[in-house]
Design a protein around this ligand. Structure first.
Ligand code: ZN
Length: 123
């Protein structure tokens, strides 16, 4: 098999598609506070450097910037408060599943990237 490298360019392309997918899945409504018509971000639960979960829909939410980064009880400002909300909304099993998946070493092939692209485009 030909050697494949997940270049920054490919990552950016997948990031753009992934963000469109996550925001579209939620109709650009903040999944935490329900805000409509405000700027929303794609927020990763397990951070993006964990490459195996970077484009995993179960690992991301559509959040308004207040819930994501800037509010006093936002994901970035107050991770514990966010965690409490997240575990209540999605369940401890979901968190356990993500943490387990984050421990797995993942490498991507060209076919994997194609598959991810197809999955994200279908939405
Ligand atoms: Zn919000």
């Amino acid at each position: 098999m030909k050697k494949f490298k997940l270049t920054p360019r490919i990552k950016r392309r997948l990031d753009r598609l992934f963000s469109k997918y996550i925001l579209g899945r939620a109709n650009r409504i903040c999944e935490r506070c329900g805000a409509i018509g405000v700027k929303c971000d794609t927020a990763h639960i397990i951070p993006r450097p964990v490459i195996g979960l970077r484009w995993c829909p179960e690992n991301a939410l559509c959040l308004c910037v207040k819930c994501h980064k800037y509010g006093v009880d936002s994901f970035h400002q107050n991770p514990l408060a966010f965690y409490r909300w997240f575990s209540g909304a999605f369940g401890e099993e979901h968190i356990t599943k993500l943490l387990k998946a984050s421990e797995v070493e993942v490498t991507f092939s060209a076919e994997d990237v194609e598959e991810i692209e197809e999955m994200l485009k279908i939405a």
